[in-house]
Ligand binder design. Structure first.
Ligand code: IMP
Ligand code: MG
Length: 238
């Protein structure tokens, strides 16, 4: 697979080299083409090996990385438009929101600051314990700031309900929620996100920051996790 993907690139480089006579000509970024080719092939191989799954677990792609990136660009534009020129303070809920937050922040034109908060509610299970606990507070005050809470997924809504209660007491100028995914079928609170990337069915998903037992956060796509019959499932999995 990695080899097959590298071949067209190699051919392309060879043609490029023939046209430009010197193979070691620098690309616009100042990287030698020969080393660029090696790096691309290595990156492909690393990417493929990173995708190896845990025994007994399968991931079926639900939302591709291309769709994710396209949607994040749209959300960034929408947020920037809604708060024209105002400094934005993005607060990521660790750890699931890290990739979403960093892509969102990079796509918003204008002044952006970031901070993180951490809560625990899931552990190794695929259903929430329903108990939310603050495990890491913000570094800075949010008083008077335009705060966008950035979450990977809005599921039962317990986490965000808990966080909103805390944040509201700290007097931000505005308080909004951006959730990459929304699973409305599981909601048991009245919480709604102001910005939603994708609404998904009631399935357990991993990738692009979302994990199962700390696995799969690094998958570039979002996929539905399933277990083979022989695999040991978490205690409360249905
Ligand atoms: P809630 O409190 O039930 O809304 O759950 C929010 C948190 O649960 C999210 O921030 C995720 O960390 C986790 N979570 C909920 N659904 C999923 C899922 O399908 N995959 C991975 N994590 C999930
Ligand atoms: Mg989360």
């Amino acid at each position: 697979m990695a080899l097959r993907l590298c071949v067209p690139f190699t051919l392309h480089l060879t043609v490029y080299a023939a046209h430009h006579t010197i193979f070691t000509e620098h690309s616009p970024d100042g990287i030698q083409l020969s080393s660029l080719r090696a790096r691309m092939c290595m990156a492909k191989r690393t990417q493929n090996s990173r995708r190896s799954l845990h025994p007994g677990e399968k991931v079926r792609v639900l939302i591709s990385s291309t769709r994710i990136q396209r949607r994040i660009k749209e959300l960034s534009r929408q947020i920037a438009k809604d708060f024209q020129g105002e400094p934005l303070h993005l607060v990521g809920v660790l750890k699931g929101s890290v990739f979403f937050l960093s892509d969102l922040a990079r796509n918003i034109q204008g002044q952006v600051s970031i901070d993180f908060i951490a809560v625990s509610s899931y552990g190794k299970e695929i259903h929430s314990s329903g108990q939310v606990r603050l495990t890491r507070d913000l570094d800075a005050s949010i008083e008077g700031k335009t705060v966008i809470v950035v979450e990977d997924i809005l599921d039962t809504g317990m986490t965000l309900q808990y966080l909103l209660r805390i944040f509201e007491q700290r007097n931000p100028k505005h308080l909004r929620i951006a959730a990459l995914l929304d699973k409305p079928g599981r909601r048991i609170t009245a919480v709604q996100a102001d910005y939603v990337g994708f609404t998904i069915p009631n399935e357990f998903v991993v990738g692009f920051g979302l994990d199962y037992a700390e696995r799969y956060r690094n998958l570039p796509d979002i996929g539905v996790l399933s277990f083979s019959k022989s695999a040991r499932k978490p205690a409360d999995a249905k």
